[in-house]
Design a protein. Sequence first.
Lengths: 104, 611
Amino acid sequence: MNRVTIELWLWLGRRLEGDFESPSAMRSLREEVVEEGTTVRDLLGSLANRFKAIEQEVFDIQGQRLREGLVGIYSERVTGDDEFYRKILRDGDKVVILPVYTGG
Amino acid sequence: MNIGGYTGKILRVDLSEGTVSIEELEQAFIEKWVGGVGFGAKYLYDEVSPGVEWSDPENRHIWATGPLAGSGVYGAGTFCVVTKGPMTNFAGSSQANGYFGAYLKFSGFDGIVFQGKAASPVYVVIKDGKAEIRSAQKLAGKDVWETEDVIRSELNVGKRDVSVYAIGPAGENKVLYAPIIGDRGHVASKNGVGAVMGSKNLKAVVAYRGKRSFEIRDPKTLKEKNDELFEIAKVSGPIYQWGSGGGFSAVYGIGALPVRNYTTNIYPEHERMNGQYMRTHYEIRPKPCYRCRMAHVKEVTVTEGPYKGLSAEEPEYELLAAFGPQIGNTELGGVVMLSNEVDRLGIDCNEAGWVIGWTMECYEKGVFSRDDLDGLDLTWGNVEAAKALLNKIARREGIGDLLAEGVMRASRKVGGEAADWAIHTMKGCTPRGHDHRGRWPELFDTCVSNTSTLESNWGPVTPQLVGLPPFDPFSHEEVSTFNGKFNGIRQFDDCLGTCRYASPDPKLVVQCVNAVTGWNMSLEDAFTVGLRVVNQLRMFNLAHGMETKNERPSKRYGSIPVDGPTKGRNIMEKWGGMLENYYGLLGWDKATGIPFPETLKKLGLENLIKD
């Protein structure tokens, strides 16, 4: 079993209150214990099945992808979409979900 | 003329002769070039010969709007400035929003061509199909906002009766990155378009909210499509709710926030510097552009910290980046203060950020002593010293004279290692306010574009909108392929006289254009117009001396990040391959980047094919 952290920079603090820590208005984070071989996609799917706000705002269970306008970071590294979803989680890994940058 | 959306007239102002004249636009010209950067690219190529330098009276300064300006499409008060600019000494194209684009059409014109040089400072007033050149002697040395106030007072008009775009002291003193600023905070910022105005002794241009009309062919469809655009724009990222600063932390998260002149990517203070923080802590008032429902920019009053009580325009993302992390500042009020300062002085915020950040790095590493900097303590984050430096730059006083040349030229004059620390392209322009080592499509575009800023894409990379597949943002091949295939649609946008934030879906935008003009344009046609502009500007730049060696980043701009989420990513590893792939996709010679004759012919540019 591996312990991994999921962190959302999506201002979802109130909607996830009680289930996620909220170190700031922007950030929500939670530690998860996952089995060997669990991928980032598996983790996001599992969270979406358990938490309505994640299913509604973050991960499209049917499409098995992040919802439009979001981007994922795996262990402090930006990767292409396919690589990101296929990553097999290791102990101590962190997955961060951000809004896609627009404008400016 | 059988097209909706146009006045069919161009105003020509000869500043040397002190005359104005009106030229009729032919229908075929409009259909081919559409407006904005399209009109500008055509006039620039035809009227500015190789050998004419940016500050020569023979240079042209073309302001053009497009079919959507003033049409009722929300936020369509936009115009585009095209000229040969001082940062690159190649073409420059820069858009500004606000009101001017709509007012110019209501005053009877689709565009203005300025030529020559006035003997003393002047400003131009456009009203009811006529134009007048007036003395600007009393405006000399005044900042942008003072200039606007004096002109309104002189014309005895209210706030929304006229739109005024002007240069500040920086433009008058030909600071190479001086922009044109109007309507209290809207900016045509790139490639020193304001310095060119200064070189022509043109201080300001005023357009009345006139009563001239132009036809809208299908108002019902236009309203429907406009509503659809707005619904999409509202949910396309954080702009509607939080402004462009709403993406600030996301930019940090992907390693694309510029921190201390690219020496690090670590900036934990980003949560107190973003749009969400500003709009939940400062007092906010709406400040929309012409008929804009997005109203993404506000006015703010700082409510905490050393700048408490200061009221100013809300800093957009690029100001937050330039005067926050790029100069090592963590105090949001300081960003508001510096944003106010550059807008008044008439200095481009992006270049200001690169110049100040580079100077601070040079000071930290001992290249500049405090004496060299006229006594200024330019340690990272010292915003008051940065303010003093900006004032010196605007007036070319002391160290400001060197820095007024922009970071590429200043760093080359200083030489040594310091030359390697400057962030710029080898054409001489500088990036927008990001660490593009975390945004390869934009880094590549900034280097290869013909406009002196972005050409093929911008912040949001949205291949799905035009039917292209998602791609790996750190694959050399996929990035250059995306840029090659996406190129065209953004230059088409810049022909229209509308705001990028108001045009989130290219297909809907084309439908709006059709509803206004009566055309039956497809998305493919729109790409063709955009590619025509790209190739026209490229042929101009090539004729004026551009080479492939100019299409690279500086050493620091293309360096490998030492920390953060893009640590170790190296875009330069396959730069040559990216260029070849991109040139090939655009129908250009892979070695020289010169468009093939068949490419020009396909775009209706046969006249540019050399024997």
